[in-house]
Design a protein around this ligand. Structure first.
Ligand code: HEM
Length: 432
């Protein structure tokens, strides 16, 4: 197992914030964007919506967390245009992880541009198709029911630790064909890598995940099974088998893309339902509205921010971007654009406005969206069936972190506990 001190030798020294000379001063927002949004706590997305009225359509931030400065387009139309133009706005090398380790593998297919992207994406599409997700439905329900049964009778829970963290981790491990008893380790790695702000810890966790995944892949090469990893190992691109680096790059991406995104979305959706008892009651009375409610919450509480690398000089609106510049694609800004949505920060389950871009847009649109939607829908369905109306525990302060993937922590929920004689089991939660 790699130690943090070993990891530290690979950590590059952080660069001081740098504003390239071609960025006009009036487009520079010299503030820590993530800190500004995080400071709004539970109202972080409302703060992001308000920024639409306080910033130029495309502005520049000199630094973004531990990442270098980048352009920040906030209009949905600009974001869509950028996502569609993969020749000018490349995904190559935009994830920092291989570089952190001084290695050269790519996260596939997110860091692969067309036309090669399509070859890898074609391998993944069938593994995440709606039919595959249908086949997982019973197992997803089983996992959710078992977790809820663990705390239902208590009348309160630590939402992330007891539900939102383990739920997608268990589903992911089953999907990959790996041991579900590893869930705790995966949750810890996810926290360190996706939500971490300490570069040394991020690098240490990336190394541990790399070692773990490479070992599992080697095992499956020797002993194939009926699972995702084995299926990748038997796949071909351009008439050849995938290399170990390619299989690893796909597994690492599915791990990064598939766990924390669901955890974070669950956090915001349940925070919203706890703060809005009238909308919780609406879904209890009309469970058929849950899928629509999930769509609206995915829009209003989008979480993912990705980056693109400018490959040739281009002007978008007022911003003249140069080759080598980075561009932030914030799904929050896109989905809270007042030019696109009426009263965008308002969560309206019957909203008829344009569709959202929580899963992005264009060739890299999230391949796991069917699975994610199913997990989110089932979680809400089973919670509302099994538990009475829930609310926030008043003594606990919910924290919101704006970063590459926005997230919620310290979310404690409570509800009237059933009489002591009633014991809830996973089976009774399912039957409720
Ligand atoms: C609510 C949960 C989720 C959200 C909001 C989300 C969001 C996104 C977004 C915005 C992208 C585009 C990234 C880019 O263009 O650079 C993406 C891509 C991707 N997502 Fe998700 N995701 C979620 C869940 C999942 C799950 C459950 C999986 C798999 C288990 C997954 C796997 C992937 C993969 C493999 C890609 C890359 C697709 C490509 O490059 O063609 N995601 N996701």
């Amino acid at each position: 197992m790699t130690t943090t001190s070993q990891a530290s030798s690979a950590v590059p020294a952080p660069l001081p914030p740098h504003i390239p000379p071609h960025i006009p001063p009036h487009l520079v927002r010299n503030a820590d964007l993530w800190a500004e949004i995080s400071a709004a706590g539970q109202d972080a997305h409302a703060r992001a919506a308000a920024l639409h009225h306080e910033t130029p359509p495309i502005f520049y931030v000199p630094q973004l967390g531990y990442l270098p400065g980048c352009w920040v387009p906030r209009r949905a139309d600009d974001l869509r245009q950028i996502l569609q133009d993969t020749e000018t706005f490349s995904s190559r090398g935009v994830m920092p992880f291989a570089q952190m380790l001084g290695e050269t593998w790519a996260m596939i297919p997110i860091e692969v541009d067309p036309p090669d992207h399509a070859k890898f994406r074609a391998l993944l599409n069938p593994l995440f198709a709606p039919k595959r997700v249908d086949a997982l439905e019973a197992s997803i329900r089983e996992q959710a029911s078992a977790l809820i049964a663990g705390f239902a009778a208590r009348g309160h829970c630590d939402f992330n630790a007891e539900f939102a963290d383990p739920f997608p981790a268990l589903i992911f491990l089953r999907l990959m064909g790996w041991e579900t008893r590893e869930a705790e380790r995966f949750v810890a790695w996810t926290h360190a890598i996706v939500k971490g702000t300490d570069m040394q810890q991020v690098v240490g966790a990336v190394m541990q995940v790399r070692d773990y995944l490479r070992q599992r892949i080697a095992e499956r090469r020797l002993h194939p099974g009926d699972d995702f990893t084995s299926s990748l190992l038997s796949s071909q691109v351009d008439g050849r088998a995938l290399t170990d680096d390619e299989v690893f790059g796909i597994c690492f991406l599915v791990f990064i893309g598939g766990l924390d995104t669901v955890t974070s979305s669950l956090g915001f959706h349940f925070l919203h339902l706890a703060r809005h008892p009238e909308q919780q009651a609406e879904l209890r009375a009309h469970p058929e509205r849950i899928p629509q409610a999930v769509e609206e919450m995915l829009r209003a509480y989008s979480i993912v921010n990705m980056r693109r690398l400018v490959t040739k000089d281009i002007t978008v609106g007022e911003a003249t971007m140069k080759r080598g510049d980075l561009v932030l694609i914030s799904t929050e800004f896109g989905n809270l654009d007042p030019e696109k949505y009426t009263d965008p920060a308002n969560v309206d389950f019957s909203r008829a406005d344009a569709p959202h871009m929580a899963f992005a847009y264009g060739v890299h649109r999230c391949v796991g969206s069917h699975l994610a939607r199913r997990e989110l829908r089932i979680a809400i369905e089973l919670w509302l069936q099994a538990l009475p109306p829930f609310s926030l525990v008043p003594e606990r302060t919910v924290r919101v972190q704006a970063s590459g993937v926005f997230g919620v922590s310290n979310l404690h929920l409570e509800w009237p506990a059933p009489a002591p004689a009633t014991t809830l089991t996973a089976a009774s939660v399912r039957a409720a």
